[in-house]
Design a protein around this ligand. Structure first.
Ligand SMILES: *Cc1c(COP(=O)(O)O)cnc(C)c1O
Length: 399
């Protein structure tokens, strides 16, 4: 995955630390899991497949998907023989409703919209469009676990909404399917098994330790973690590496894979506890503060501009997306320096190109997003901003 680059020096997603569960919980901030019906599963992609199932999409039905997307979104939507049709975005990353209208036919049953990087689409307008055309709306809140638009919670505009909890909480696995409008199938989710439950908790602790968090827990857990390693190796020998790997979903290993074996599995107890105990207010305020601090410095750099010039109230961003003029030079230089970069939509589904949507093709190449999550320390943020500045605008030595 790393293509010869060193590991990022600071965590690209939230890591468990001694402050993960401390801080202000209220006043309340809207979260997609506040919906009337909620299913906590192991990833956002599993939630997308369950959304397609809940909408009773049949083979040959069509679903409209943005040309700017994560590859991980497509196989779950296609799983039941459903055809994905890609639509264009406008330069501000909003869904192009004229293009969408032109692609409607009597096989199109639903529209997926993504609140990119946490910034809401024109959701009321899209909701009205879907109602007018008799199609269902799926709100992909993988980047917008929290927040509201015009006073209405994100995730409540769509018939169904999905989240990727791993992107917001210091957990190893987690996603959600929710609906504010329809009861969800009561078919019970099952536990992923004891091996999965154990791995989910210990993997989160291990990751925290790898980034210098949890010194005390680390010391206490050295023995259990060693034991886990021993047990894991034993299992691999006894049952084969494939069987051991099947204990945990590949969605947790930054792959795009979709494994239907996880469709009926509940998120781990560890992840569900963290979702319940995490201090929402503190997490959300930290994300906004970090976003604003980083965005102010990125905005001033030559050859860089913010994808979203303003941070509206009620937006709790996933990351800071920067549109850069020369990604082919900047991206490798930043990666070599150990800067964590989220390159959302770096690869697009085969057939999605500049002819289909010039905006998506450009964003997929030019947007470099930097983390602003709640677990970054001030020193880490300062290092990241300083490193990006000195790489993007190196000071010339005096002649
Ligand atoms: C990450 C992502 C998903 C899938 O979420 P996972 O939890 O990784 O399965 C879906 N949609 C978008 C827009 C994403 O960025």
């Amino acid at each position: 995955m790393n293509q010869g680059y060193p590991d990022a020096r600071i965590p690209v997603t939230p890591v468990l630390s001694s402050r993960s569960l401390r801080g202000a919980r209220g006043p309340h901030i809207a979260a997609i899991t506040d919906a009337a019906s909620v299913r906590l599963v192991t990833s956002g992609r599993i939630a997308l497949a369950l959304a397609a199932r809940a909408m009773r999409l049949a083979p040959g039905d069509r679903i409209l998907v943005p040309a700017y997307h994560s590859m991980s979104m497509i196989p779950p939507l296609q799983a039941g023989g459903v055809e994905t049709v890609f639509y264009r975005l406008r330069p501000d990353a909003s869904a192009d409703l004229d293009d969408i209208a032109a692609r409607l036919d009597d096989r199109v049953r639903a529209l997926v919209v993504v609140n990119y990087f946490g910034f809401p689409q024109k959701l009321a307008e899209i909701r009205a469009f879907c109602d007018r055309h008799g199609i269902m709306m799926v709100e992909d809140c993988a980047h917008s676990f929290f927040g509201a638009s015009g006073g209405q919670a994100l995730g409540s505009f769509g018939d169904y909404a999905i989240a990727s909890s791993m992107k917001f909480f210091p957990i190893y696995e987690g996603g959600a399917l929710v609906s504010a409008r329809h009861p969800l199938d009561a078919a019970a989710l099952r536990s992923g098994g004891a091996g999965f439950e154990l791995k989910a908790g210990l993997a989160a602790v291990e990751r925290g330790m790898a980034f210098g968090r949890l010194p005390l827990a680390g010391a206490l857990l050295r023995l259990p973690l060693t034991l886990k390693g021993v047990l894991w190796n034993l299992l691999k020998r006894r049952r084969g590496a494939a069987a051991a790997a099947a204990l945990t979903p590949s969605s947790s290993d930054s792959s795009y894979g979709f494994d239907p074996a996880w469709l009926d599995k509940r998120s781990s107890l560890f992840s569900r506890m963290v979702l319940k105990l995490a201090p929402r207010r503190a997490m959300c305020e930290a994300r906004r503060r970090n976003y604003l601090a980083l965005a102010a410095r990125m905005q001033a750099l030559p050859g860089c501009r913010l994808l979203f010039p303003l941070l509206p109230d009620d937006v709790y961003p996933w990351a800071v997306p920067v549109v850069v003029d020369d990604p082919d030079a900047l991206f490798p230089a930043l990666k070599m320096a150990g800067v964590p970069i989220i390159r959302f939509a770096e690869s697009l589904w085969p057939g999605v190109d500049a002819a289909l949507c010039p905006v998506s093709a450009a964003l997929s190449r030019q947007v470099l997003a930097f983390p602003c999550h709640q677990e970054l320390t001030d020193a880490e943020l300062a290092w990241m901003a300083g490193t990006i500045e000195s790489t993007a605008a190196p000071r010339r030595a005096p002649e």
